[in-house]
Ligand binder design. Sequence first.
Ligand SMILES: Cc1cc2nc3c(=O)[nH]c(=O)nc-3n(C[C@H](O)[C@H](O)[C@H](O)COP(=O)(O)OP(=O)(O)OC[C@H]3O[C@@H](n4cnc5c(N)ncnc54)[C@H](O)[C@@H]3O)c2cc1C
Length: 319
Amino acid sequence: MNYDAFADMLARSILGLSIKRQVPLAELTTFQIGGPAEIVVEPKTQAEIVSTVKACLQENVCYRIIGLGSDILASDAGVDEVVIRLAENYAHINKTDLPTPLRSLKDTHQAVYVEAGASNELVADTLCGWGLAGYEFACGIPGTIGGAAIMNAGAYDGEFSNVAYKVRCIDANGHVVEVDREHADWSYRHSMMDEAGFVVLGAYLVLATDEQAAITARMQDLQRKRAEKQPLEMPSAGSTFKRPKGYFAGKLIQDAGLRGFQVGGAQVSQKHTGFVVNAQGATAKDVCDLIEQVQIRVYESAGVWLEPEVRMWGFEEKE
Ligand SMILES: Cc1cc2nc3c(=O)[nH]c(=O)nc-3n(C[C@H](O)[C@H](O)[C@H](O)COP(=O)(O)OP(=O)(O)OC[C@H]3O[C@@H](n4cnc5c(N)ncnc54)[C@H](O)[C@@H]3O)c2cc1C
């Protein structure tokens, strides 16, 4: 693929689009690991996103979406693809009408439309400022609305699907479509949009009105719990493994005697064994080797095979 020519074509056809070449994914992921992406574009409008996706489809160029990169392990070799970054440049939050079936709730509820790049923290803070409750659970999840919609992010008994009633997407053919909650098929870290390779453009949420002070207190409580338990001071991608049915990954790892276990610069967190952290200049290979060791040791001790929750980028092609 001639990426110089493709970048030139994008620049000519989508005036003002931010286009960068050879961007280290270590700079775009919370793990701070990963080689370069050939092209990173940062659209600011829905029209720019749609045009970028259509250009990729027309030219047969593979693309991926990145939000805040808080659930990605990128390979040391990087990705030979276009990465479309939907983050702070595409992050408006607006009040909107309640959907018709919910109009009777208008005295106690409010709908909002949030662009995919808005961070969960920004959304939770903004909704709190408007006296709208329901998104507190996500205030400490360091990703975007797009990332939350794709994997039904959840924490502390809350999950994205509890408050979302519709998402706007680009389907695999480049068409803008709206997917209602019945068709989104949200379950634990799963959505139809993820399976079908959709780009999430934004989400419609329905929130209940509440006292701002009460919402703030709940958010502060959750932030405190998170800071107590999680190694927020170290680069990571959050929980490395999915929760196996009937178990907690962290407990299985701890029981296998792996607290602090290290491969190169990658380490099972001393503070929370469910997290692999980049303790000291870890490479993607260090993390992969560590993950494999943990899987084997936990399987030997408990008979449970842990599946990674973190998304692996660039391994199929180059490693
Ligand atoms: C310290 C820490 C704590 C965490 N705690 C939690 C937690 O409590 N609960 C939880 O669920 N997760 C948690 N996570 C993981 C992560 O924050 C979430 O999975 C989050 O939803 C990822 O959002 P993102 O924008 O960073 O997505 P990225 O990491 O950028 O992307 C993740 C995946 O989503 C896709 N994607 C992102 N945006 C879009 C879009 N607009 N359209 C289509 N696909 C898209 C990407 O292609 C990729 O496959 C934690 C992570 C860290 C580092």
